[in-house]
Design a protein around this ligand. Sequence first.
Ligand SMILES: [Zn+2]
Length: 215
Amino acid sequence: MKSIIVLLSGGIDSAVLLWLSKREYERVLALSFDYGQKHKVELKYAKELAKIAGVEHIIVELPSLKGIKGSALLEGGPEVPSEEYHKDTPPITTVPMRNLIFLAIAGAYADAYEIDTIGIAVHSLDSPYPDCRPEFISAAESALTCGSTLSAKRKVRLKVYAPFLGMTKRDIVSLGVSLGVPFEKTYSCYRGTEPPCGECATCRQREEALKSILL
Ligand SMILES: [Zn+2]
């Protein structure tokens, strides 16, 4: 059976990936992380999205990330800024090694559930985060394959499915529309307020992408 673990944050990109995976795979398991993020409210949205999509959903608790200092995305860190990101500099909202940590844990679930593919909704074109780059994804896939018991048993690669590499946010929203993604059930604000602040970079990116497609 063609199976995938999808990293689901509750935002637009991972919601589109979830719906795309539902179309492409027979078995889908969604994985979300409670890692000390200020916008922990996103987990409520992730749960609802997984329910609507009709897929199994696991929320993994990672209390240790709260001790990593300096990221505006984590509780106790600096304030989430309103300015746009600079294209070539990792922003203050970077959580060091976040995608590597998430992929490593997903790899452990992949071994335990005997699922050989992990889906991640990174898009490099307009993202300044180092762990969203294609070279990171390809290196992570190699590392996961080397460390995987499933891979050793079956002599296959543990694949990292990142279909949005090279796509813009607008492309992703456009795909989501064709897949029937319920965007109103997604959440993007890094400040974690309800309703969303409308000022932080992720709120503005979301607004722009949705407006360009849906209006
Ligand atoms: Zn916001």
